[in-house]
Design a protein around this ligand. Structure first.
Ligand code: PMP
Length: 309
């Protein structure tokens, strides 16, 4: 993966190789950081790059910083302006991924969230697929439980908490699966290592509520709106049993990085028909049109980088 030419680091854009930290950096040692993940989609007809829901992403990013007692000087509006400046400087004209990151930058010994100083950084890079088999993924239930809100809140995108995701993801991949779904402390479906989960059962779409130890996904929110308003489907937010996923007609995972991934096998069982179902297919097609700025009704979610909104 080629490295970016520039990065935003603390209070300015610098050459990427200059955006460095020392070995004793608090965030590196104790996982006291928060991050985001935003996509930008190139629209070839308009020769424009659209960033998808950047204000909502920075809103969640700032909420995550709040959980770690961080006080950053940047507002979410300022963060979007910085991002646009960085992308223009990087001169990207293709699909991209944006990685905002804030962490306690002090080079000290001491596990705590007080009397430490955070900085914000942003990197941007060209990006394709996150999961290869988006059209038909083979997923397993992980033996790793999802972190509980009283341990490390999954609602925050906290760097240290992603060890939980990495354990589940690697065990799944090394066992030949494309992704893992984690169960929460009370045995219900939480989420994938980096995706929210939806199932279609008896004609209704069901997804875990935000109180079931999940990240409050921007894509999850987008999908609920598209399913209700465009596909005219009933969407229910409630706890989901593992066996309901086995019996689902369709299931899919959604995230900024993973986009819309059809789950066609779960553990060693066929899910639904065993190939992408019609609802997942329709939602996927719609989503890709929306994020590329091709659906007028949802154009307000798409922030152009080079032209005017
Ligand atoms: N859950 C987890 C654990 C994630 O890391 C992500 C990716 N950010 C998601 C869900 C999906 O969130 P979003 O749609 O905001 O990218």
């Amino acid at each position: 993966m080629p490295l970016p030419k520039y990065a935003y680091f603390g209070d300015k854009i610098v050459p990427y190789p200059d955006a460095k930290v020392g070995l004793l950096t608090h965030g590196l040692n104790y996982g006291t950081g928060v991050f985001g993940g935003i996509r930008g989609y190139w629209n070839e007809e308009e020769k424009e790059l659209f960033i998808f829901r950047p204000l909502d992403h920075f809103q969640r990013f700032l909420e995550s910083t709040q959980l770690l007692r961080m006080e950053l000087p940047q507002t979410r509006e300022e963060a979007v302006d910085i991002l646009l400046e960085l992308i223009r400087k990087e001169d990207l004209h293709e699909d991209i991924y944006v990685r905002p990151l804030a962490f306690y930058a002090d080079e000290i010994i001491g596990v705590r969230l007080h009397n430490v100083t955070p900085i914000m950084t942003i990197s941007v890079l060209p990006f394709g697929r996150y999961i290869d088999k988006e059209e038909g993924a083979h997923v397993m239930f992980s033996s790793w439980r999802r972190i509980d809100d009283n341990m490390i809140p999954a609602r925050g995108k906290i760097t240290g908490a992603y060890v939980n995701s990495a354990l589940a993801k690697s065990d799944a991949n090394l066992a030949g699966f494309d992704e893992a779904i984690m169960i929460n402390q009370d045995g219900h479906i939480a989420e994938g290592s980096a995706e929210n989960v939806f199932i279609l059962r008896k004609g209704k779409i069901v997804t875990p509520p935000v109180t079931d130890n999940i990240l409050e996904g921007i894509t999850r929110n987008t999908m609920i709106a598209l399913l209700r308003d465009e596909l005219k489907m009933e969407v229910v937010e409630r706890s989901i049993d593992k066996s309901e996923v086995y019996l689902a007609e369709e299931a899919f995972m959604v995230a900024t990085g993973a986009q819309v991934v059809a789950i066609t096998r779960i553990d060693h069982r066929k899910l639904g028909s065993g190939s992408m179902g019609p609802v997942t297919q329709k939602l996927r097609d719609l989503y890709f049109n929306v994020v590329r700025g091709k659906v007028a009704k949802y154009r307000q979610w798409c922030q152009p980088v080079y032209g005017k909104k």
